[in-house]
Design a protein around this ligand. Structure first.
Ligand code: XUL
Length: 565
């Protein structure tokens, strides 16, 4: 057992966690008692307008499936955020820094970049010094869906989609880094050949902080289709199926709790950190959320409502599936996280709000309140972006049922509807998203009904949405004190990594808060109970039927799309 003494963080120390998400860079600072003492953010579109992003990304007008972000924007945001926090934060007290980043995105460092990273001048701004260090200024990000051909090639080379999922944790999805790298190799050979190192967004940010190439961590590494999910080493067959000479460009992988290095002289001198401040491996945003939500029981389900919506839980025995992604747990090397990812999250909810609720969340909520559960048999599929789960092109599909109250799946016959009345549109997107999550969570082995859901992300502050979630999943819904669990998780991981580094061995993350979680900023609170009355159970049964119907229709849409292409 880890003695309490081993688990103590030094009095007065601080732990800084970043989250480089699609639309912003955020930071949360925890003190030694795990209380959040500072928070700030940089919004890419509005704070850094010279990068001309919308929602943090740029779309190629000639090919809307291609979605990229300028990597230098993330570097500039890092520096700006450190300036913003400075008046409230004594950087000399920061013992460790870690971070979270959108998963899958890839940054291509040009030959000679390692030297540029190691010799940054603290008298000058960061981003301009790195302008010449990238083989391409634009990084493909997780929203990119332009690599279908490469996905099929990688799957075919490794024995098919399910076999690839068994070997690497997930089938080839367009956003996965391996297929993205393959496309770079096939279509921009010069960029690929002049690349000395490929970072994920997470390891790119860690590299900036240590002034040298940081390893990709094993958890975010699982989103590449290149790592063996059992051994956590790069797979030679997957590397060869992706692009030549790839192993050296990816480098070694490291556990998420490991130290990537110490903070580089650039940050020490520019912001007065101490020279022994360590940088703990950065990881993906979903794994960091898992840490920030303190998920520890396989009966817990987390739902993150952000730019992407994700659903995840912990398992000891991961089952490969075509729907879900399997990743090593970032704070427990013995367990895994299983995750579903939807591309149509907050931006699509906002789109429906703009069209059917006068652009106002108040009106959106009123619509939710005045429409009955089950939406009088109206079911909607809203894909503003090409969807990942199920793989479908952009488009909205609406159905009504001739016999929705019959209680039998066969008797529920759907018919197309062009448009619902505005309140029903609003209920249809919210119910539809949760019905889909419930159905797909079940099919990849996540607990349904869960013991409890912990909700996070922007929309988790909406009580009415959480009530609907509780009714559809049949369990209570909890929230954390702040919706940004990813940067909170990163700050917690900074503390965890610091402790493991200090002790020279792995210690369970729970030893940081054992018996006193309620007194920390990581505590959860009940936001929407599940009543369990006869009425609630009856409604749950009806939702159960609707989940099946929804997946059945979804399958038909996928088939129709497959035969059309
Ligand atoms: C997960 C995924 C998204 C991004 C969003 O596989 O692609 O959730 O991590 O930042």
């Amino acid at each position: 057992m880890a003695g309490a003494q081993h688990c103590r963080l030094p009095d007065g120390s601080l732990f800084l966690g970043f989250d480089c998400s699609t639309q912003s860079l955020k930071a949360t600072v925890l003190d030694a008692g795990l209380t959040a003492v500072a928070y700030d953010s940089v919004h890419f579109d509005s704070d850094l307008p010279h990068y001309a992003t919308r929602g943090g990304v740029r779309r190629d007008p000639a090919d809307p499936a291609r979605v990229v972000s300028p990597a230098l924007m993330w570097a500039e945001a890092l520096e700006l955020l450190l300036h913003r926090l400075r008046p409230r934060l004594d950087y000399a007290r920061v013992a460790a820094v870690s971070g979270s980043a959108q998963q899958h995105g890839s940054v291509y460092w040009k030959e000679g970049a390692a030297a540029a990273l190691a010799s940054l001048d603290p008298a000058k701004s960061l981003a301009p010094q790195l302008a010449g260090a990238l083989a391409t200024p634009e990084s493909p990000v997780w929203m990119d869906s332009s690599t279908t051909a490469q996905c099929r090639e990688v799957e075919a080379a490794l024995g098919g989609a399910l076999e690839l999922a068994r070997l690497t944790g997930c089938r080839a999805h367009e956003r996965c880094t391996g297929p993205q790298i393959r496309k770079m190799y096939q279509t921009r050979r010069r960029v690929y050949d002049s690349t000395e190192r490929i970072s994920l967004v997470s390891s790119f940010m860690a590299s900036l902080l240590i002034g040298g190439y940081a390893c990709i961590d094993e958890t975010d590494g699982a989103g590449m289709n290149l790592m063996d999910i059992a051994t956590r080493d790069l797979r030679r067959d997957a590397l060869e199926a992706t692009a030549p000479n790839l192993q050296d460009k990816i480098g070694k992988l490291a556990p998420a709790h490991a130290a990537a290095g110490t903070l580089s002289p650039y940050f020490v001198q520019r912001f007065q950190f101490t020279t022994n401040c360590i940088v703990v491996q950065w990881s993906g945003d979903n794994p960091n959320s898992l840490a920030g939500l303190t998920l520890s029981d396989p009966g817990d389900l987390a739902i993150s409502l952000g730019t992407s919506d994700t659903v995840f839980g912990i398992t000891d025995f991961p089952e490969p599936s075509l729907d879900g992604n399997i990743l090593p747990n970032p704070v427990d090397p013995n367990t895994y996280m299983v995750m579903l990812c939807y591309k149509n999250g907050s931006l699509t909810r906002e789109d429906v709000r703009n069209h059917y609720a006068e652009g106002s969340w108040d009106v959106f909520n009123k619509h939710l309140e005045k429409t009955p559960p089950l939406n009088e048999g109206k079911l909607g599929y809203y894909y503003k972006e090409p969807e990942i789960l199920p793989p479908l092109p952009a488009g909205f599909h609406r159905y009504g049922f001739d016999n929705s109250a019959s209680g039998s799946l066969d008797e529920m016959v759907e018919h197309n509807i062009d448009q619902f009345d505005p309140p029903s549109e609003v209920r249809a997107i919210i119910e539809g998203q949760f019905l889909s999550m419930r159905g797909h969570a079940e099919s990849c082995g996540l607990p349904v009904p869960p013991k409890r859901i912990i909700a996070t992300g922007g929309a988790s502050s909406n009580q009415i949405i959480l009530k609907i979630m509780a009714s559809i999943f049949g369990c209570p819904v909890y929230t954390v004190q702040r919706p940004d669990s990813a940067s909170l998780g990163a700050a917690l991981r900074a503390a965890h990594g610091w402790l493991c580094n200090r002790q020279g061995r792995f210690l369970p993350v729970t030893c940081l808060h054992s018996g006193r979680l309620d007194k920390t900023s990581l505590s959860v609170k009940l936001a929407a109970p599940f009543g369990g009355s006869e009425k609630d159970i009856d409604l749950l049964k009806k939702y159960t039927l609707l989940v099946k119907k929804r997946l059945e229709i979804e399958q038909k849409l996928v088939e129709r799309c497959r035969t059309a292409t």
